[in-house]
Design a binder for this molecule. Structure first.
Ligand code: ADP
Ligand code: MG
Length: 403
């Protein structure tokens, strides 16, 4: 069986950080509302344990992150000062926001820090060199510190300068959040308590093929919902109306079904679905059996019978990983399938892991995030782990000495 992560990586607990200058790559890529305010500070809160650990040991904490996609130029509304303000409140200590992330002014600000001080460098993506993993840019960042800590799980699938370049120049270890994320996914993929189920949904099957192909050989039960259910249903000859069927993925989907049969994995598709004229609020929706989808309708959610069957089956599982909503949950008429899965996982006696930006968002909206064992802070990074592929940001860290 494919290995998920080759060796155990060192964390900040494995090295001496006292009084050191520590460059922490965090993931402060928070959603902003239309007024430019922070809409959800989950990712900022998730970084607090690492920052507190370092402050308690009188390290000089130099934080860095990207925010959104400024495309290599300064975008005023994407300055990290607003994150520094929120951090300062959450940590109950000053967090200085610097005007850039490299250069002489940043170096002199860092030189003036005392033990326990925290500064936040400016948005890394104001420099195009961040995304191109430019060696000189990575060196300029590395020059600021004695130790590098990666706590940015959500960015660790990208080989950018602050993720993959800086660790070439400094002792590099995992922060507490990164370690928790990687350990959680590694454990459920390599040694899950059984029965082990995966619930996979979301818009497109083509986004999730690698995940499905990896997970099908590990789970006991695979449940399919969301937009991708249309492609699964079509691959079995069902009419799917005007739902988006990814014809290029039909063969891959048949392959996944064949693997499931070979390995004795139960693969469940929705037996009924909510269909609508369009995926917009206010359109007339109704429930039909999966075998009777009208030609002029689109699948918008799993139906109530499917939700009941899925929830009953999940109730017997000891480990469940969930990626991808069951329907267009952003619209209340099409949120019920997703809500019922979330409610079932919230009361499950076992390990529940939620990965994926929209899925985490859905669980948070339902007020059930803290009822899950783990809600990942990473979208693409969680999918990369579920696909069994290495994360560049993890690979770049130092291995522990143990075999
Ligand atoms: P995640 O971010 O959790 O990995 P995805 O990005 O794969 O999830 O998919 C999320 C999107 O899938 C949501 O915006 C949701 O509206 C959409 N979606 C779910 N079901 C359907 C459907 N039946 N038709 C179209 N889109 C859907
Ligand atoms: Mg998504």
């Amino acid at each position: 069986m494919q290995k998920v992560i080759s060796r155990r990586k060192k964390t900040i607990r494995d090295i001496d950080v006292r009084d050191k200058r520590v460059l922490v790559r965090a993931d402060f890529n928070v959603p902003l509302d239309e007024n430019g305010a922070i809409e959800d500070d989950t990712r900022i809160r998730a970084s607090l344990p690492t920052i507190r650990y370092l402050c308690e040991r009188d390290a000089r904490v130099i934080l860095c992150s990207h925010l959104d996609r400024p495309k290599g130029v300064v975008v005023e509304r994407l300055r990290l000062a607003l994150v520094a303000n929120r951090l300062s409140v959450l940590l109950d200590r000053p967090v200085a926001a610097l005007q850039d992330c490299i250069g002489p002014e940043v170096e002199s600000a860092v030189a003036g820090m005392s033990g326990g001080d925290v500064v936040l460098l400016e948005n890394l993506r104001f420099h195009p060199e961040e995304r191109t993993d430019d060696p000189a840019f990575a060196e300029d960042l590395a020059r600021l510190a004695d130790i590098y800590v990666n706590d940015a799980f959500g960015a660790s699938h990208r080989a950018h300068a602050s993720i993959a370049g800086v660790p070439e120049h400094l002792p590099a270890v995992a922060g507490l959040l990164l370690a928790k994320e990687v350990e959680t996914f590694t454990r459920i993929l390599q040694d899950p308590e059984r029965p082990f189920a995966a619930v996979i949904g979301g818009a497109k099957v083509s986004d999730k093929l690698e995940v499905l192909e990896n997970i099908i050989s590990r789970v006991d039960l695979l449940i399919i919902g969301g937009g991708m259910a249309a492609t699964f249903l079509a691959s079995r000859g069902y009419g799917t109306g005007r739902s988006h069927v990814e014809t290029d993925s039909l063969d891959d989907v048949r392959g996944i079904s064949a693997t499931a049969t070979e390995r004795g994995v139960r693969l469940l598709l929705p037996r009924d679905v909510v269909v609508a004229e369009s995926l917009e609020a206010g359109t007339r929706a109704r429930v039909v059996p999966a075998a009777e989808i009208p030609d002029d309708r689109i699948i918008a959610d799993i139906g109530p019978a499917a939700a009941s069957e899925f929830c009953r089956e999940l109730g017997d599982c000891r480990t469940v990983v969930w990626n991808g909503p069951m329907g267009v949950f952003e619209i209340p008429e099409f949120a019920e399938g997703t809500r019922r899965i979330a409610a079932t996982l919230a009361t499950l006696h076992g390990t529940t892991v939620v990965g994926g930006g929209s899925t985490a968002d859905a669980v948070t909206r339902f007020g059930l995030a803290d009822r899950m064992t783990h809600v990942s802070t990473g979208g693409g990074a969680a999918l990369t782990m579920l696909a069994g592929k290495p994360l560049p940001g993890v690979e770049a860290l130092e291995d522990t000495e143990e075999p």
